[in-house]
Design a protein around this ligand. Structure first.
Ligand SMILES: Nc1ncnc2c1ncn2[C@@H]1O[C@H](COP(=O)(O)OP(=O)(O)OP(=O)(O)O)[C@@H](O)[C@H]1O
Ligand SMILES: [Mg+2]
Length: 278
C-alpha cells in the first residue's frame, strides 16, 4: 500500500454525487468482489429483524444481482419492473425467510449498471418511498468504485465496508475508502472484517488501514477520516454449508461462530444507524 508522500486531498464531490445521504440507510460495500457483502447483508437483516426492526434489503448490485439466489427467492416482480413502470413498488417488495423484506433486482438490469440520469432518478424515487415504511434500509451494493456503486453508497448515511484479511481485499478496501472520502466527504467509514482466522485480526487490520488513511487521505482540509471497526466474522464452514442450501446462517445455524458474530454486529448497527442505545 505505497503512496505519494504528501497528503492527498481528493477533489470536491463530482456533480454526479451531490446528494445528502439518507438516515436509516446503510450501504454494505467492498473494494474487492466476493468478500461476503450479500451474505452479511442478508444475515444482518435477519438479525436486525429478530431484534424487532422492520428491515428492507435492496439489491443495489444492479448488474450482477444475486441476493435472490442467497435467499432462494424467485419473485415475479422485481426492481426492474418498478424502474420500467410495469409494476408498483409494493408488488416488488418480497418477504424474505428471515423476517425482513427485500427488493430484488433480478436479471435484466444490465442496462441499469450504467449510471444514467434515469437510473439516478428511479433509484432516488424508490428509496424515497421506501424510507417511511421501514426502520432501516440496507443496500447490498456491487464491489468496487463504479459510478452506480458510488451513487448507491452516496444515498446512505452509513457505509459498512466489508473486507477479508487478504492483502488484495485490503488494498481494494483502501482504494474504495479513499474515493468515498474524496467524493462524498465521508468522515466516518465502518468496517467489518469477514472470514478472519485469528481473534483480533480485524481490529489490527483496521488500525493498519487507519494509519495509511491518516497519512494520505483527508476528507476536507484538516479533517481526517475515522475508520471504525464494527466487528469480525470468522471464516466458518457453516457459512458455505448454509449458502449451498440457500438458507440464512443466523436462522439455521444460530449457534455457530459466524452467526454469533453477526448477532453482535446487528446490535452495533442498530446503535449507530438508528441510535437505539444512544
Ligand atoms: N465468514 C465466512 N466464512 C466462510 N465463507 C464465507 C464467509 N463469508 C463469505 N463466505 C463465502 O464467500 C462467498 C461470497 O460471498 P458473497 O456472495 O456474500 O460475496 P459478495 O461480496 O456479495 O460478492 P459480489 O462482490 O460478487 O457481490 C460465499 O458464497 C461464501 O461461500
Ligand atoms: Mg453480492
Amino acid at each position: 500500500m505505497s503512496e505519494s508522500p504528501s497528503p492527498v486531498r481528493v477533489e470536491a464531490p463530482s456533480p454526479e454525487v451531490p446528494l445528502k445521504p439518507l438516515g436509516k440507510v446503510m450501504a454494505v460495500t467492498s473494494g474487492k468482489g466476493g468478500v461476503g457483502k450479500t451474505f452479511v447483508s442478508a444475515n444482518l437483516a435477519a438479525s436486525l429483524a429478530k431484534r424487532g426492526h422492520k428491515v428492507l434489503v435492496l439489491d443495489a448490485d444492479l448488474g450482477l444481482a444475486n441476493l435472490d439466489v442467497v435467499l432462494n427467492l424467485y419473485p415475479k416482480v422485481t426492481l426492474h419492473d418498478v424502474f420500467t413502470g410495469k409494476a408498483a413498488l409494493d408488488d416488488a417488495i418480497v418477504r424474505a425467510p428471515g423476517g425482513f423484506s427485500v427488493l430484488l433486482a433480478g436479471s435484466g438490469m444490465v442496462e441499469y449498471s450504467r449510471l444514467t440520469p434515469n437510473v439516478r432518478e428511479d433509484f432516488l424515487r424508490i428509496i424515497g418511498s421506501l424510507l417511511p415504511r421501514f426502520d432501516m434500509v440496507l443496500l447490498d451494493t456491487g464491489a468496487g468504485i463504479s459510478d452506480v456503486v458510488l451513487f448507491a453508497v452516496s444515498l446512505a448515511s452509513e457505509v459498512l465496508v466489508v473486507a477479508t484479511p487478504e492483502p488484495t481485499s485490503l488494498t481494494d478496501a483502501y482504494a474504495t475508502i479513499k474515493v468515498l472520502v474524496g467524493e462524498q466527504h465521508r468522515r466516518i467509514v465502518r468496517m467489518v472484517v469477514n472470514q478472519t482466522t485469528r481473534m483480533g485480526d480485524g481490529r489490527a487490520i483496521t488500525t493498519q488501514l487507519q494509519q495509511v488513511l491518516d497519512r494520505f487521505v483527508v476528507s476536507k482540509p484538516g479533517e481526517k477520516v475515522r475508520l471504525v471497526h464494527v466487528g469480525d466474522i470468522p471464516a466458518d464452514v457453516a457459512v458455505r454449508q448454509t449458502i449451498m442450501k440457500r438458507q440464512l446462517l443466523v436462522q439455521h445455524m444460530p449457534g455457530c461462530q459466524a452467526a454469533l458474530a453477526i448477532a453482535q454486529l446487528a446490535a452495533k448497527v442498530e446503535d449507530f444507524l438508528i441510535g437505539k442505545a444512544a
